[in-house]
Write a new protein. Structure first.
Lengths: 358, 331
């Protein structure tokens, strides 16, 4: 009824090539932005911010980054945890070296540093393909975590080997540290998420994105029709690294505050983000959001149900969580290998035709 | 002979032994990958599950006792009997076969024809599931596994070799368990090769590995072969679980040996059984020698990443691994 192209006339090229061609989609998008920017910051409290909203925003950024690499360019990466650690440590070094500079600059620079590192580890992808590449990216994961653990320069020679986020400001508002207000950290992450999603969305519908997808679908064929595999693969690694670096920096500076690298950015983190991408849907920006929301909410819900309602010990609930996450992943792959995004797509397709079947 | 040389030799031998253990895990991966094209990430967790089941059966633990206690407020722990090791191993093999059948029936059958990456993800999901499940079933505390394998340093070797160096050299320290593990690994590989070459099922297995459709057309049941392959992989996992579990206790970190086996696979090639063994030995020796020679200079614990970086550098020059099938790409 309301979800139609019909009647929505495009009279200029700008209108024709806009991100959301359907009017309902467009208004929904503005509506979500409105709620996220103007309603939630005023109603937020510490519990919601730290338990659900901040991890959701930060993981969404990471998932978008990984989705560009895995979903759009087809280069499976298991090194996400290591790359997030690069972002976190780059941000930490910048924060301690230039205390007076705004956090915005630090986080962006941390993303840039991660992009460069990611390209370095992406170089072998020109020779190595498929599973071999997936396992090769594990080299990045283990090497980077080891590096941040063993080289004292990275953690400023602190006795504990941890890094702690000092109090820093952006636009004169305290952003990091335990005294930062919840709404400020939330908004800060949200701005980055909106920025990343916008960039990702537009990159993936442009020339760069199309060359990524050509490489994903069949790299030799793409090469023959004139896509430069070196350029396509390395830009995918760079952009993906940039986003993952941002999320790592935010994860450390705003969410955790103190980080022990093996614990916070271990291999489980890599898998977690990969699951978000898979469950959400490979090759879909919306899927990254859906997957992140799903995997952030699931443990919280299970904990509430298991510990608070049923009164079971926490370790049993934790094990149940593993069982359920594992079973859900298998279930999703069997029922819908294209993830939550595909369900959404099917629903939209149905809506377009509703109430008539054809 | 100088002491330095002798120490290096000792490290070399220990590396060889460690390499055998890596190869043992890698073997399970290769079996499944060859027969079904599935890269089974759950192999390490299968080893953990097998070892836990073995301990649980031997000790007569009540399965799921934690949940039962939490739900009904009871206090059950053990049945109170002890099962001899051999019988327990047989029972565990039975459990692994049932597990293989379930995996095939519930998961893999529905995923036939999907892209390899989807299958890989499914096995990661399986790994998570199995990890949580085995903790729920047998409890997550560290368990001691003793099926009668000898342990501790071999005094005989130590005494025999003590005279080689100066007074500072006390002879080679070689764990007896490692020697036993090597023997077991050799037997296992020989058994697998004989099985694959000379039995009907083994031949069918190789036929499936060669070409699914051709195998189907001559009347081989894919379902049966896949259950068989998963069972054999479960058996290999059990052997690896027994050896590793005896060495360092049955605990969560046992499942991480899968991560140790991955670079071995890359180096040796995903499709080659000799590759898994040679790769295991190279990685075992390489990482021990590197840790011995370079480790102290850069802060130690290089074993975490050395294998991966070695495999990565190696792959740049030979993308299919040492013994892997040549990758032929067509449009």
């Amino acid at each position: 009824m309301f979800y139609r192209e019909a009647g929505d006339f495009k009279v200029s090229y700008e209108q024709d090539s806009q991100t959301f061609p359907i009017k309902f989609d467009r208004y929904r998008y503005y509506f979500v932005l409105l709620i996220a920017f103007l309603v939630i910051p005023f109603t937020i409290n510490d519990y919601w911010a730290s338990a659900i909203l901040l991890p959701f925003l930060i993981y969404s950024i990471a998932a978008i980054g990984l989705n560009i690499l895995v979903g759009y360019c087809g280069q499976v990466s298991l090194g996400t945890g290591g790359f997030m650690a690069v972002g976190a440590y780059a941000c930490y070094k910048l924060m301690t070296a230039f205390p007076e500079v705004s956090m915005f600059i630090h986080v962006l620079l941390a993303g840039g540093v991660t992009g460069v590192v990611c390209v370095l580890f992406g170089l072998p992808s020109l020779r190595i393909k498929g599973f071999y590449l997936a396992v090769a990216t594990l080299a990045a994961q283990f090497f980077l975590v080891w590096l941040f653990n063993r080289v004292p320069w990275f953690y400023n020679y602190s006795a504990s080997g941890q890094i702690n986020a000092p109090e820093r400001e952006a636009f004169g508002i305290l952003i990091t540290g335990p005294n930062a207000p919840a709404w400020a950290t939330y908004l800060f992450c949200l701005i980055f998420l909106a920025f990343c999603a916008l960039v990702a969305r537009n990159l993936t519908r442009g020339m760069v994105g199309r060359s990524w997808m050509a490489i994903r679908d069949m790299d030799i064929a793409a090469e023959i029709i004139g896509v430069n595999p070196l350029k396509a693969k390395l830009t995918a690694f760079a952009v993906s690294g940039f986003f993952i670096g941002i999320s790592g920096a935010l994860f450390f500076a705003l969410y955790l505050g103190a980080v022990e690298v093996g614990e916070a950015f271990g291999i489980t983190k890599s898998f977690q983000v990969l699951f978000m991408v898979i469950i959400g849907g490979l090759g879909s920006i919306f899927g990254s959001f859906a997957g992140a929301a799903f995997l952030v909410l699931l443990p919280v819900i299970l904990k509430v149900v298991g510990v608070d309602v049923l009164g079971w010990p926490t370790d049993i609930v934790a094990h149940f969580q593993l069982v359920i996450v594992g079973a859900l992943i298998v279930f999703f792959l069997i029922v819908e290998p294209h993830g939550l995004a595909q369900l959404w797509r099917v629903a939209k397709e149905k809506l377009r035709l509703w109430p008539f079947p054809h | 002979m100088s002491d330095q040389f002798l120490f290096t030799t000792e490290v070399f031998f220990n590396g060889l032994m460690a390499g055998v253990l890596y190869a043992l895990v890698a073997l399970g991966f290769v079996l499944i990958y060859k027969a079904s094209g599935i890269f089974n990430y759950a192999q390490g967790v299968m080893a953990l599950f097998a070892a836990m089941t073995l301990v649980g059966i031997m000790e007569g633990q009540v399965p799921f006792s934690h949940i039962i206690n939490a739900m009904f407020g009871t206090d059950v722990h053990h049945f109170g009997w002890h099962v001899p090791a051999l019988l327990a191993i047989l029972l565990t093999v039975g459990v692994m076969v049932i597990f293989a059948w379930l995996v095939q029936r519930v998961v893999m059958r529905h995923l036939v024809g999907q892209e390899p990456i989807i299958l890989f993800m499914a096995t990661i999901g399986l790994a998570y599931f199995l990890e949580g499940f085995s903790d729920l079933m047998w409890g997550s505390e560290i368990k001691k596994l003793d099926v009668g394998l000898p342990q501790g340093g071999s005094f005989w070797i130590e005494d025999m070799t003590a005279g080689l160096g100066s007074d500072n050299f006390y002879g080679f320290f070689i764990d007896r368990l490692d020697i036993v593990a090597t023997v077991i690994a050799v037997l296992l590989v020989a058994g697998l090769v004989l099985f694959a070459q000379y039995t009907k099922q083994g031949r069918a297995m190789r036929a499936v590995a060669d070409d699914h459709q051709a195998a189907l057309s001559v009347g081989i049941s894919l379902n049966f072969i896949w259950v068989l392959v998963w069972s054999v992989a479960g058996f290999v996992a059990l052997v690896a679980g027994i050896v590793w579990g005896t060495k360092s206790g049955v605990q969560f970190s046992l499942s991480l040996i899968a991560l140790k086996a991955l670079p071995v696979l890359m180096l040796g090639g995903f499709t080659s059984i000799p590759g898994a063994i040679v790769g295991g030995l190279i990685i075992g020796v390489g990482e021990k020698l590197f840790e011995f020679a370079i480790g102290p200079m850069v802060g130690g614990a290089t074993e975490n990443w050395f294998a991966y970086v070695l495999a990565l550098l190696f792959l740049v020059f030979r993308p299919q691994g040492l013994f892997g099938e040549k990758i032929i790409e067509r449009v």
